[in-house]
Design a protein around this ligand. Structure first.
Ligand SMILES: Nc1ncnc2c1ncn2[C@@H]1O[C@H](COP(=O)(O)OP(=O)(O)OP(=O)(O)O)[C@@H](O)[C@H]1O
Length: 238
């Protein structure tokens, strides 16, 4: 089997006396949708920050396509194709949807013609919203734009931290479908609390508990794993 696209080995991060990630081993394969689930406070968001380069790891190593990227800063990881999505509130409120996308495409040194912008918006279901301000978008559309902006650089692996958070019953299936459409195009590491959506969508699932991955594999195997049932899914969530 080919080597994983992303390999994390023994990643650790502590805040003061609190060991938040405590020896994380994780493999993400090219083109797969890989969900990372776990209880509140397990360290998922911290791990994503370590993977993206936002937060330096105290220990451990990270490889992208076999290359050691442990000490590379965020922008260098992004240039190699490892990106994360950000909340658009962190960008400019005054920009239209199309301007946000043009900005992201330019930053990624991609084509910024009107048709390139439209194409990038269409793939996340935002065709026809070009001229809108981001405050005019529904919550679901804002989350879709965030995913679209992360995809602007044509990444090899995109890290999505709770893209379904706060979405209504009507918006969740659309986001699930959109993420599903990325399969094979780029790898996705998806942090998600909606366990039903995760088990429907993911090719593989890893479960983080107390800062360590306790199980990793296809959804069916993970949902039956005795350790996972005991530590996380035992309340009938799966
Ligand atoms: N910058 C920080 N300084 C101190 N403690 C932190 C910091 N960031 C996170 N923590 C703590 O680390 C623990 C794990 O947080 P993290 O947000 O990574 O977990 P999570 O699995 O993403 O949780 P959730 O599912 O609730 O979003 C929590 O106890 C949190 O309070």
């Amino acid at each position: 089997m080919t080597a994983p696209l992303l390999q994390a080995r023994g990643l650790r991060k502590r805040f003061g006396g609190l060991r938040v990630t405590d020896g994380v081993d994780l493999d993400v394969r090219a083109g797969e949708i890989h969900a990372l689930i776990g209880p509140n406070g397990a360290g998922k968001t911290t791990l994503v920050a370590q993977l993206s380069g936002e937060l330096p790891s105290d220990q451990g190593a990270l490889f992208l396509d076999g290359r050691d990227i442990t000490r590379l800063p965020m922008h260098a990881r992004a240039r190699l194709g490892l990106v994360r999505s950000f909340q658009i509130t962190r960008l400019f409120r005054s920009l239209s949807v199309a301007e946000h996308m043009a900005f992201a495409l330019r930053a990624a040194r991609q084509e910024t013609s009107a048709s390139a912008v439209r194409h990038s918006l269409e793939r996340v279901g935002l065709a026809g919203r070009e001229a809108h301000g981001t405050e005019q978008l529904s919550h679901g559309e804002q989350r879709a734009l965030e995913v679209g902006l992360a995809l602007a650089s044509a990444p090899r692996l995109v890290l999505l931290d709770e893209p379904m958070a706060g979405l209504g019953a009507q918006e969740t299936p659309a986001m699930t479908e959109r993420i599903g459409q990325l399969r094979g195009e780029c790898a996705v590491l998806l942090i998600e609390h909606d366990v039903d959506a995760v088990f429907r969508l993911a090719d593989r699932v890893s479960v983080l508990v107390n800062g360590a991955v306790i199980a990793s594999g296809p959804p069916d195997a993970v949902r039956r794993d005795p350790g996972v049932l005991a530590a996380y899914l035992g309340e009938g969530a799966a």
